[in-house]
Design a binder for this molecule. Structure first.
Ligand code: NAG
Ligand code: NAG
Ligand code: NAG
Ligand code: NAG
Ligand code: NAG
Ligand code: NAG
Length: 612
């Protein structure tokens, strides 16, 4: 009897969603329409392993299988009305989610899942190149799976068999679109990345654009559209500015479209009236849509010639089934395709093999990284500073000051189950803690302040030479700068007529085309600035001057070791790396947090059944 009920529920769940079975149902919200045109693009970037979607955020709860179904419907629409659809991904597909990071070796399940999408242009990100074995996965798996799509204009890899350096994939790709006969020349770039393992080579873009093959390619006569795809921000990037200028020098009026990534934001930039670029966010939250009307299409499929300047439009689609059904004119019954459903199932299967739903405890409320002020009760950093770190180091033998950077945290914690999956999202970094013993208290006590006011260090030391990493979490740039209460006024074509006041918080992007780019009309989210670092003190009695210790152990997250040593030097104490030692038995922040959660956050009895 109870088995039947479960089966029935599951069957129903599948009709209703097709996203992951445990994904929350999307919430209806006012939508803007897809600006469908002659040539249409769907774009993902910086998915970082989130191919199962967001299981605690209804707004982004569709998965890669749903994306496959969605693309199928749009491709069919293109075939039906004689337009074209191209699908682009610009890298950082790996690292940052249990679906990728949770397997041994990493990515065991991801490559086959990704490979089911029909992609037209694909490029590499920096995260595919940090480790030799990760880039070899590109070589052995992703490049062959997407062999007609992968483009690598400035990245080489050492052939694992011969040891010879060779292009990771072809330098460029020339093709004619299926229905319109638009002749496309596509490049695939990575920004001037230096942190790669030594089996790959990233050519500086300023050298690449001088190379003969590039100069020849941009002089091709038979090109209707240049596509520059890459793991490069579309704005404030020397790389794209240079590529744009170089192409314009020889092809002053050929339309260009840029697809970018890396900075995790939604953005759309006008380079000139015939050159635009889109960046489509992060973590499978966004499916970027860009369309062009009025392109010259002198390929074989048709002979359309349009004299006027092409029209470019964009829409950032929230990746949830409500949006995907709407934009593909389908419903829960007609949306899922066999292939999409297969892929959603493969993701569920992988998640269960990896036990990503294993629960350590349940968060009593939401904790925000940037969406709450610091300090505050609902600040993730306050929670770390007041509870997790003091408890974890409570058995320290000596007085200690423990410092960690805010960038060690990557994501918010939502009320409810804190699972294995959550650990990968919240703190995916594998570095542990280190300590410097017997640092004079007066010096150690000032380190936090120095780290939080980079100014003095910046002036006194040559930061470029130090090659220091950022201590903070990256922020969605466009969103957080909006003042609170500023609600987007333009609300053309709302399917939900009565609700013109948005209630669902989310992206309220402002870009070069205005403020109407988000498909879902959101209430703005307020982002708060947080300090570079936070600290906690244990076994230090600060009730009076006399009770203070002479010296303390200065403990810190290994990730910021260079910064800490620099701060100490600034304060007049020089320590060498050799004087530091491992702390907490090499335990990482990730395990510190999950152990703390296991001990302190109990779940309600029957929470385990909640997922059905
Ligand atoms: C690469 O090697 C590291 C260290 O041996 C391992 O933890 C990781 O799973 C490997 N990653 C991939 C993508 O194979
Ligand atoms: C590349 O890096 C590996 C691992 O760090 C090192 O053993 C090797 O010597 C390096 N090779 C070259 C050519 O620098
Ligand atoms: C979905 O659309 C199909 C075709 O338009 C229709 O027959 C069906 O009743 C719809 N189903 C739901 C659940 O709305
Ligand atoms: C879906 O999976 C089934 C069962 O494994 C398989 O027979 C079928 O060919 C798959 N369909 C597609 C379109 O991949
Ligand atoms: C934080 O929580 C404590 C204890 O629950 C409560 O007394 C205090 O008022 C809260 N502070 C804020 C700013 O919400
Ligand atoms: C106590 O010390 C051990 C060993 O350093 C450590 O693993 C543990 O997490 C510490 N904290 C607690 C609360 O036991």
């Amino acid at each position: 009897m109870s088995f039947c009920r479960v089966a029935l529920l599951l069957a129903f769940t599948h009709i209703a969603y097709t996203a992951q079975p445990s994904a929350p149902e999307p919430v209806a919200a006012p939508l803007r329409e897809l600006p469908w045109a002659q040539l249409n693009f769907l774009h993902t970037t910086d998915t970082h392993g989130w191919h199962g979607g967001h299981l605690q955020e209804p707004q982004y709860s569709a998965d890669w299988g749903d994306y496959i179904s969605f693309a199928h419907h749009l491709r069919k629409r293109a075939d039906d009305d004689g337009s074209d659809l191209l699908i682009v991904d610009t890298g950082d597909r790996v690292e940052g989610n249990g679906l990728y990071d949770g397997s041994h070796p990493k990515g065991l399940y991801t490559f086959d899942i990704l490979g089911e999408q029909q992609v037209d242009i694909m490029t590499v990100g920096n995260h595919e190149l940090y480790l030799k074995n990760a880039s070899e996965n590109e070589y052995y798996q992703t490049v062959p799976k997407f062999k007609n799509a992968y483009v690598s204009s400035n990245v080489d890899i050492q052939n694992p068999d011969s040891g010879e350096l060779e292009p990771l994939a072809p330098r460029f790709r020339k093709f004619t679109t299926k229905n319109q006969g638009i002749r496309v020349l596509a490049f695939g770039f990575l920004f001037n990345f230096k942190g790669n393992a030594n089996n790959t080579f990233v050519e500086d873009v300023k050298n690449t654009v001088e190379e003969k093959w590039f100069q020849d390619a941009i002089r091709s006569k038979d090109v209707d559209l240049f596509v520059v795809a890459g793991h490069v921000p579309v704005r404030d990037s020397l790389e794209y500015d240079l590529i744009y200028k170089t192409i314009r020098k020889v092809a002053w009026d050929t339309p260009i479209v840029f697809f970018g990534g890396h900075t995790h934001i939604r953005d759309y930039r006008k380079y000139d009236s015939q050159a635009y670029g889109i960046e489509s966010g992060r973590y499978m939250e966004t499916l970027g849509f860009l369309s062009i009307d009025g392109l010259k299409a002198s390929g074989k499929a048709s002979e359309v010639t349009v004299a006027s300047t092409p029209k470019y439009q964009r829409l950032y689609i929230d990746n949830n089934l409500y949006s995907l059904h709407h934009h593909s004119s389908t419903n829960a019954t007609t949306f899922p395709t066999e292939k999409g459903t297969n892929v959603s199932k493969a993701i569920s299967h992988a998640r269960s093999k990896l036990a990503l739903d294993h629960t350590f405890g349940c968060a009593p409320r939401d904790f925000w990284l940037n969406r709450a002020p610091y300090p505050a009760n609902d600040s993730l950093l306050t929670w770390l500073e007041d509870e997790v770190i003091p408890d974890t180091f409570s058995n320290a033998t000596d007085p200690s000051i423990i410092i960690t950077n805010s960038g060690a945290m990557r994501f918010d914690i939502f009320k409810g189950p804190f699972t294995t999956d959550t650990t990968y999202l919240v703190s995916p970094f594998t570095s542990g803690f280190r300590s410097i013993p017997d640092v004079p208290y007066k010096v150690a006590a000032q380190v936090l302040q120095v780290l939080n006011s980079e100014g003095p260090i910046l002036q006194d030391f040559d930061l470029e030479a130090q090659n220091l990493v950022s201590m903070r979490p990256p922020l969605p740039r466009n969103a957080e700068l909006r003042p609170t209460g500023a609600i987007d006024g333009s609300n053309a074509q709302l399917p939900l007529s009565e609700s013109s006041k948005p209630t669902i918080p989310g992206y309220t992007t402002s870009d070069d085309a205005g403020r109407d780019g988000d498909d879902t009309i959101h209430a703005p989210i307020r982002f708060y600035d947080v300090p570079n670092c936070i600290s906690a003190a244990v076994k230090i009695d600060s009730t009076s001057e006399d009770s203070l210790p002479e010296t303390v152990d200065l403990v810190y997250n290994e990730f910021i070791q260079d910064w800490v040593l620099l701060a100490l030097r600034y304060l007049g104490k020089k320590y060498e790396v050799a004087e530091t030692k491992e702390a907490l038995d090499g335990k990482t922040m990730t395990s510190v947090i999950s152990e703390w959660v296991g001990e302190h956050w109990v779940c309600e009895k029957d929470i385990g059944n909640a997922e059905l």
